[in-house]
Design a protein around this ligand. Structure first.
Ligand code: IMP
Length: 423
């Protein structure tokens, strides 16, 4: 496997961090390809919990090199904080963390614009981390990249031009105070000194690694249904979490990709606004939230919860090329009398088996469920597939059949050892 891609198959928060951590044992490089500090990977090692936002969870494996690719938007504050935490844990990251010189930077005005846009326009429920505005600048061709920090004059000139433009927007449209160029130049110069040793041409590094037969895990953040092209637009993030994003976000060719593993939570969650066909705004939803600890790793926001949605998963499998899935948090369902899976949508008197991505249709559909008897016994200590309760296996079999994929791994708890390999 030269390159395996790990994608979230739902709306993010599927537990990719744990799966990447697990699979990192068998690879040389873990490379993150999009998003920014809007993501949050929680990894539990022993009794300790670590939350990373930018650095791939592969960093906990000493033989793994972690790459933050050109498709990621980097918040200096978040990155430096993670580097500091890893150093405090005595994790040696020298030579093991590489940052693309082409990655774009999140600037203070991106966060500012993100938060005021949320107050004044249609509320997407963003994480407020400046992600959308940073990608807007990238596409507008005015973004500031890590490479720009190398030359103080180039950096200051680009920043000045951007700040003049942002100040116009801030004062004319939003009536907000103006930003100061000099303070930002000084702050980012300090950042440059601190990250200098990690910055490299990561596309070149990855392609050389491919040539040398090294194994790469490409890690997406968020989930396919939040993809700016394929998700529930406009209630999406501003990048491509789908597998296609791995090639552009890392600079590796599609021909190097050997497989795509989808990570699927045993039920569904979504943070922020936007359609969510199987959402349960009732006691069952609240129970899923409490049992599953469904609160955002980045913002602490309660996640919206609902049953598994096989229609959206089939769609996700199709656009990502997912053949195998890793099912997470199966243990959260242990005490439920019954569990449900959405197998189709009723829409205008018809049965819809494909996923619509326009908002009016998604708001109008009514999910049709197949009900499964619960297994009502703890699964967290189970380490092999045959040892799972028969009803839990039936649920997993249904996931295979209804999503057209094959369940490869099952996670029954946050710890590394709470993982069952099916195939
Ligand atoms: P943004 O990425 O901060 O612009 O937020 C856009 C949408 O994506 C919002 O609905 C967020 O809640 C959602 N989102 C962003 N990152 C994550 C994530 O890591 N997990 C789940 N939802 C996310």
């Amino acid at each position: 496997m030269p390159v395996q891609i790990i994608v979230g198959a739902q709306w993010g928060d599927e537990g990719k961090g744990k799966i990447v951590d697990h699979l990192s044992e068998h690879v040389d490089i873990v490379a993150r390809y999009q998003g920014g500090a809007n993501a949050g990977h929680t990894v539990v090692i022993g009794d300790k919990e670590y939350v990373l936002h930018l650095i791939p969870s592969g960093i906990f494996h000493e033989n793994v090199t972690c790459v933050i690719g050109n498709g990621v938007v980097i918040d200096p504050i978040a990155l430096l904080d993670e580097i500091r935490q890893l150093r405090e844990l005595n994790i040696d990251i020298t030579g093991r963390l590489l940052i693309s010189h082409n990655a774009h930077l999140i600037m203070p005005y991106h966060k500012f614009l993100d938060s005021i846009r949320e107050q004044t326009t249609e509320k997407i429920g963003t994480t407020g981390r400046g992600i959308g505005p940073a990608y807007i600048d990238k596409c507008m061709r005015v973004g500031i990249r890590i490479v720009d920090l190398l030359n103080r004059d180039v950096f200051a000139a680009k920043l000045k031009r951007n700040i003049e433009e942002k100040n116009q927007i801030l004062s004319k449209i939003y009536g907000k105070t103006e930003l100061d160029v000099d303070a930002i130049v000084t702050e980012y110069e300090e950042f440059d000194k601190k990250i200098d040793e990690y910055v490299t041409d990561s596309a070149l590094y990855l392609n050389r690694a491919l040539r040398d037969g090294r194994r790469i895990l490409a890690e997406g953040a968020q989930g396919a249904l939040l993809d700016v092209d394929h998700g529930t637009y406009p209630f999406v993030t501003s990048s491509n979490p789908t597998s296609g994003g791995a090639c552009t976000g890392l600079g590796i060719p599609p021909t190097a990709i050997t497989s795509v593993l989808g990570v699927v939570k045993a039920y569904s969650t979504r943070v922020g606004n936007g359609p969510f066909p199987t959402e349960l705004e009732n006691e069952t939803g609240a129970r899923l939230r409490e049992t599953g600890g469904e609160y955002g790793a980045t913002t602490g926001r309660p996640r919206r919860c609902g049953w598994l949605d096989a229609v959206s998963l089939r769609y996700s499998a199709m656009i990502n090329g997912i053949r195998q899935i890793a099912v997470t948090k199966l243990d959260v369902l242990d005490d439920f009398d019954e569990v449900k899976v959405c197998i189709g949508y009723q829409y205008g008197g018809k049965l819809l088996k494909t996923f619509p991505t326009d908002i009016p249709s998604l708001n109008a559909i009514v999910p049709l469920y197949e009900t499964f008897e619960g297994w009502k016994s703890p699964t967290s200590a189970i380490t092999s597939y045959p040892a799972l309760p028969p009803n839990a296996r039936r649920y997993i079999d249904a996931m295979n059949a209804l999503t057209g994929t094959e369940v490869h791994m099952i996670s029954v708890g946050a710890r590394r050892d709470q993982t069952i390999f099916v195939h």
